[in-house]
Structures are given as structure tokens and as C-alpha cells.
Design a protein around this ligand. Structure first.
Ligand code: CTP
Ligand code: CA
Length: 246
């Protein structure tokens, strides 16, 4: 590990990290979710706390809360949005490591959705409900917008904002190509790209990350390695970016 990882290089800084997937309820017993384990966000929280930061972890994951970290439990993307917006007001660093559901069911059924039942002696009905989805807010882009408008009003720089991008390469381009486009679209300061696929990264203990900075510059790479080591590389880049700020 790098020598500065032993120091208290984030000492006293307010660091807010989102972690895990979100759950979008359909009815009281069912939800739409995703395979994010939350391990990357929890590893970041652990390393940031070890470096002396005051860490708030906004999470839907059911992992043990790292020592010294304040947990804000959330479930849906809209819960997450409200908690992040609130915590970001006083933050020095905001990291969106959560895998936010892009869509949620358009309606929530207050009572459990039931199958239609066959009449006595009739065949089992074939009908099934169609679930309509609506888009969730883009939390990261919203945090950047809020930070920038506060900055304009107060002159305070506001938090350094870090996004994540889980990407697979495709016919359009490789992981970094998609990540650079996402960085430009979201307007965050740093973007951490990781490679995903079946059995790669999601839920695993090892990961490969590429840290992109302004203009899509590749600032750091780590992996395949532990999520703790990847977190150290990401937080090194965060410290450098804070130091370089005007
Ligand atoms: N993100 C967010 N709100 C959303 C969706 C994503 O804040 N509704 C954040 C994630 O936490 C991550 C970054 O945006 O930091 C990129 O997420 P990703 O899912 O890779 O990007 P999308 O913009 O949703 O694009 P797509 O899934 O279509 O690739
Ligand atoms: Ca998405």
C-alpha cells in the first residue's frame, strides 16, 4: 500500500459515500432490485475512515457498518436521492458508488398483487400483469447541478463529486470509451470505471478500476485487486484532486 495510506490524509474531511443497489417496490412483498453487493462502497468507507475522514455511508446493503462510520439506511432511488442531497450540503467529498435503479414501477400496489384464479373445473388462467416502469432521477447529475448552483451563489467550492460507471465493452467502444462519455454527461469531477459482466465485479471480492479525471484523462488504474486496494487508489486520486483545486 502507498505510504500516504497510513497517514491521516483525509483527516477531518466530511466524506459521503453511497453503496449497494436500490429496491423499487411493486407491492408490499415484491421489489425490483439488482445484483450490487455494496462491497465496493463499504470498502471505500472503511479506507476513508482509516484515513481520518468523517464518513457517512448511505446504503441499502445489509453488510456490517464499518467502525466509526455513520450509516443512513435507504431503500429506493428516491430515498437515496433525498439522503444524498441532504448529506452533500456539508460534504467535502461525495462518492456515488451505489448501483441506482434506472427505472421503478410506475405504480405501487398497496395490497399484494394476486393471480386471477381458475373457476372450479376450469383450466389455470394464462393472463399476467404488465409492469409499467418510469425513470428514476439521475442522482449524480442532480448533485452536480445542486453543487454548481450553490457554488455560484456562495462562492464556496462545495464537494468534490465522484461517480462510478459499471461498463462492459460493446460494438460502440471499450470500457474507457463509454466511461469518458459518461463523465462528460454527468459533469462529475472524477469517474471510476469498472468492468462488469457475469461473475465479474458484482458481488465479487476483486475488481479492476480506471479513474478518469477532467477531460477524460486516465489518472490511475488498479486491478484486478481487492476492493480495499481499489478504494485506496480511488481515494489517492481524490486527495490529489482536492489538493489541485483552485
Ligand atoms: N447514478 C445515479 N442515479 C441514477 C443512475 C445512476 O446517481 N439514476 C449514478 C451511479 O451511482 C454512478 C453513475 O451515476 O455513480 C453512473 O451510473 P450508471 O448506471 O453507470 O450510468 P447511467 O447514467 O445510469 O447509464 P446506463 O446505466 O444507461 O449506462
Ligand atoms: Ca444505470
Amino acid at each position: 500500500e502507498s505510504p500516504r495510506a497510513q497517514g491521516s490524509s483525509l483527516a477531518g474531511l466530511d466524506v459521503v459515500i453511497s453503496a449497494g443497489g436500490t429496491r423499487e417496490p411493486l407491492d408490499p412483498v415484491r421489489y425490483l432490485g439488482n445484483r450490487s453487493s455494496g462491497k465496493q462502497g463499504y470498502a471505500l468507507a472503511t479506507v476513508a475512515a482509516a484515513r481520518g475522514a468523517q464518513v457517512t455511508l448511505v446504503s441499502s446493503a445489509s453488510l456490517p457498518t464499518p467502525a466509526g462510520v455513520r450509516l443512513v439506511a435507504v431503500e429506493t432511488a428516491r430515498d437515496l436521492e433525498a439522503a444524498m442531497s441532504e448529506a452533500a450540503r456539508t460534504a467535502d467529498v461525495v462518492v456515488m458508488a451505489a448501483a441506482v435503479a434506472d427505472f421503478r414501477p410506475a405504480t405501487y400496489a398497496e395490497a399484494k398483487i394476486k393471480k386471477t384464479q381458475a373457476a372450479p373445473g376450469e383450466a389455470e388462467p394464462e393472463d399476467a400483469p404488465v409492469v409499467e416502469l418510469v425513470r428514476n432521477p439521475d442522482i449524480l447529475a442532480g448533485l452536480v447541478r445542486e453543487r454548481d448552483s450553490r457554488r455560484e451563489r456562495s462562492g464556496e467550492p462545495g464537494p468534490l463529486i465522484v461517480g462510478f460507471a459499471a461498463e462492459t465493452g460493446d460494438a460502440e467502444g471499450d470500457v474507457l470509451h463509454h466511461a469518458r462519455a459518461k463523465l462528460a454527461r454527468k459533469g462529475c469531477d472524477l469517474l471510476v470505471a469498472n468492468e462488469v459482466g457475469v461473475g465479474v465485479t458484482f458481488g465479487q471480492d476483486d475488481t479492476t478500476v480506471h479513474v478518469l479525471g477532467p477531460g477524460g484523462t486516465l489518472l490511475a488504474q488498479a486491478g484486478p485487486t481487492t476492493k480495499a486496494a481499489a478504494s485506496a487508489a480511488v481515494l489517492d486520486a481524490v486527495e490529489d484532486a482536492l489538493r489541485d483545486r483552485p
